[in-house]
Write a protein that binds this ligand. Structure first.
Ligand code: SF4
Length: 679
């Protein structure tokens, strides 16, 4: 059996996989993300490639239809809505599961040919706060670090990141590095005592959203102990004085961490040159997520701990291609190649390159606002691609109702039945992992190929082709006459060249002469480039910015629900749910609750409990554990209306968002819990 070199479709680590049509799965020993390692999810990929439950034919109104009739209907409904209500009356909601070529074509159609920026992505739920924080600090959305930097660090600070479960191979690399270098230290900052604590020398159990107070406190400590690198700040960083003044207004005890742990953490940070601070959803998914990111970046900038080996802030992305989506403008507030919608020169350059009839002139709806617009009747035609917002969005019951409120809904998916697909007027069968070709970018800016090793089942087609076929029917055939993802990738690389000098950090010239078929995993701008090594950033004056940020006022009143992920499931389980091996890890929806709270409510370990608030109601199995602090709860978000008792966990989260990034605060739902009584 010959094996195909491809990339895992789950998390943002982006591991290389050797895969065979018989279900053989091996880690790719030559891929620089994993060097042959795979986690439980990646290892079980062979159990998820059968056709059980697959959407194999187009459907209109629940009935099998031809591709021509389905594509005609999507094109007609979108064209009619644009004619009658304008370009902003239509929207795409896409996914970090899409390959970069799919993302590029969807973005081009919406922004350059429809003329709206109403294309947002479930990556808004994943890392939008990091994007906003990077842009505020660096002038661009640049992730400066690499996985190798983590192995070289003397102190790794993990913030809001259960790396052991959510980025397991990266976690394994840190475990191996720590074994090889016993002086390496790991600090884990998290309200929960997660599996990642097994690796940590110190766990700071902060309160929800306690991170800003903690990192403001760290900045103050560094200043008071003569640890700021003022020569570096003077040469390369603006805003230090005002930022320090704002930091001094915070009390690190507001973070909720124990005083002795705070003191130990500050001393460790101050006394270690090579510090990497790694953060993910616990930082990003917050109403102050962007401020949290900047509070972390402030400490690195103030001490010059950036742009050096083993040093710097590092945002890990949740999805396999969240980073690729950022690069091609998959967010509603960005153009392709990290360009800005608000900048007329950027818009003109992209429009000229696309030779498009129009170009969006203002940012579109971000995810939460997009579904609010659906509920308000502003969106007349919606196309959801490769994601399940009726489960994964906050306030998910209302999102399902909002989708029902849209006069025309198309859904492209690999599965016949999803909570969102059930609401569609037209279902479009997409090819899945192993059946499609394209590229993805992982958390360290490394572009890798996904390659097909299976035939497309029945009538399923790749997303780029479905989008291009609709575009052709809307009158844009010439601009979307692609024969392959290689064509699209080549156009994207030429666009990158055409957008210089506006594209500041994103430089894909290394791919200009690449053989797409043989493309090897490569970082942009080059494998050997270290961002910010010369102290030059991307604001107009060449400096970075420290940002004054204020700790939010503590507001916990009752029980706070933290939502997250299990080790062995991915998103809404459309693929990992097929694997008996993965399902055996944690087999049903559960709620972690502290023993004191459980006793107060009258709940025993293993009881069914009802979790509810104004947004919704869930029935979950109680796991009574001090992994969560008293007053806090945890529940995984994977189960759906179709697989769980009652509604979905994210239905319990209010649609509160960060004001800069629009990222929802999925880590904080105010809920009540009571014993479940069958009616
Ligand atoms: Fe896939 Fe992430 Fe596991 Fe690697 S760590 S095998 S990319 S799920």
């Amino acid at each position: 059996m010959s094996l195909t070199r491809t990339t895992c479709p789950y998390c943002g680590v982006g591991c290389g996989v050797l895969a065979g049509a018989d279900g053989t799965i091996k880690g790719d020993p030559d891929h620089p993300a994993n060097f042959g390692r795979l986690c439980s999810k990646g290892s079980a990929l062979g159990e998820t490639i059968d056709l059980d439950g697959r959407l194999l034919h187009p459907q209109i109104g629940g009935q099998r239809a031809t591709w021509d009739s389905a594509l005609d209907q999507v094109a007609t409904k979108f064209s009619d809505a644009i004619r009658d209500h304008g370009p902003d009356s239509v929207a795409f909601y896409v996914s970090g599961q899409l390959l970069t070529e799919d993302y590029y074509v969807a973005n081009k159609l919406m922004k350059g040919f429809i003329g709206s920026a109403n294309i947002d992505t479930n990556s808004r739920l994943c890392m939008a706060s990091s994007v906003a924080g990077h842009k505020r600090a660096f002038g661009t959305d640049t992730v400066p670090g690499t996985y190798a930097d983590l192995e070289e660090a003397d102190l790794i600070v993990l913030v809001g990141s259960n790396l052991a479960w959510c980025h397991p191979v990266l976690y394994q690399r840190i475990v191996a590095a720590k074994q090889a270098r016993p002086n390496m230290r790991v600090v884990n900052i998290d309200p929960r005592r997660t599996a990642t604590c097994d690796l940590a020398d110190l766990h700071l159990r902060v309160a929800p959203d306690g991170d800003v107070a903690l990192f403001n406190g760290l900045l103050t400590y560094l200043a008071d102990h003569g640890q700021l690198d003022m020569a570096y700040v003077t040469a390369h960083v603006g805003g230090c004085e005002a930022t320090l003044a704002a930091a001094r207004a915070s009390d690190p005890l507001q973070s909720g961490a124990a005083p002795e742990d705070i003191t130990q953490f500050f001393a460790l940070w101050a006394g270690t040159k090579k510090v990497m601070t790694v953060y993910s959803q616990g930082v990003n998914q917050s109403q102050c997520g962007t401020d949290k990111v900047n509070a972390i970046l402030n400490c690195h900038l103030a001490t010059g701990r950036i742009g050096k080996p083993g040093c710097g802030p590092f945002s890990v992305t949740g999805q396999p291609n969240a980073m690729g989506g950022r690069e091609v403008g998959g967010l509603s507030n960005m153009l392709a190649n990290h360009l800005d919608i608000e900048n007329a020169d950027h818009r003109d350059t992209v429009q000229t390159f696309w030779n498009s009839p129009t170009i969006c002139t203002q940012a579109g709806f971000k995810a939460v606002d997009l579904f609010d617009a659906c509920a308000a009747g502003k969106i007349k035609a919606l196309w959801v691609m490769s994601t399940n917002p009726a489960v994964s969005m906050p306030n998910a019951e209302n999102v399902a109702q909002a989708i029902k409120n849209v006069p025309f809904v198309a859904v492209s998916d690999i599965m016949a039945r999803t909570d969102t697909g059930d609401l569609a007027d037209v279902l479009l069968p997409a090819t899945g992992w192993g059946e499609k070709d394209g590229t993805v970018t992982n958390s360290e800016r490394r572009i890798s190929r996904q390659r097909a090793f299976l035939s497309a089942p029945a009538e399923a087609r790749p997303d780029w082709r479905i989008i291009s076929d609709v575009a052709a029917r809307m009158g844009f055939a010439d601009a979307f006459a692609y024969d392959s993802p290689a064509d699209i990738f080549a156009e994207y690389i030429v666009l990158d060249a055409a957008t210089r000098p506006f594209a500041r950090d994103l430089d894909l010239s290394i791919f200009a002469d690449a053989d797409y078929a043989k493309l090897v995993p490569t970082q942009w701008p080059r494998n050997d480039v270290r961002f910010f090594a010369d102290g030059r950033f991307y604001h107009a004056d060449g400096k970075a910015r420290m940002l004054p940020v204020q700790a939010p006022v503590a507001q916990q009143t009752g029980l706070t629900l933290n939502t997250g992920r299990n080790r062995d499931q991915w998103h809404t389980m459309t693929r990992t749910g097929k694997s008996p091996k993965l399902g055996a890890h944690l087999a049903e929806p559960y709620l972690e609750i502290h023993p004191v709270d459980a006793a107060e409510i009258g709940i025993a370990h293993g009881d069914l409990v009802e979790v509810h608030n104004v947004q919704g109601r869930n029935i979950l199995r109680a796991l009574v554990t001090d992994r969560v602090a008293s007053g806090q709860l945890f529940a995984p978000m994977h189960w759906t209306r179709q697989t769980a008792r009652g509604a979905t966990v994210n239905a319990l989260v209010a649609p509160v968002t960060d004001p800069f990034s629009g990222q929802p605060a999925l880590k904080r739902g105010d809920v009540s819990v009571q014993p479940f009584k069958a009616e």
